[in-house]
Design a protein around this ligand. Sequence first.
Ligand code: NI
Length: 160
Amino acid sequence: MALRNIRVLGDEILTKKAKEVKAVTPHIKELVDDMFDTMYEANGVGLAAPQIGVLKRIVVIDCGDQPLVLINPQILETSGEQTGQEGCLSVPGKVGEVTRPLHVKASAFDIDMNEYTIEADDLLARCICHELDHLEGVVYVDKVEGELYDVSDEAEEIDE
Ligand code: NI
């Protein structure tokens, strides 16, 4: 198990576009393992490689159902709308309201470089959109409606 440092808002790497993964090498597998370790340690539900300083199109997500690895992910379809609280491991202690699609269909490659599609609703749909934004150099604070506010004890925290 290896933890990586999570980059925080203000770090230029969070504004950069990540590059496609050509092949899953042992180095990439180690990176993905470290991403899961880092995400779980920080009590997050999603993490994108740029958040640990690696400009590759890799995302890990665990919203409670099962751990997901998304390599070179692409959103194929979206529908509906949800507005709700969102946070980010790169913006510690803050949350804000963001509107996202309610349903998302996406394609990605898994850790064995097999392509798959995933259909997601609710929190998982929100999480996929949030993490894919990171691959484009976009942090959710650019999409917040109103102000960012401090996480309170009562608030339900969703860190991605
Ligand atoms: Ni995030």
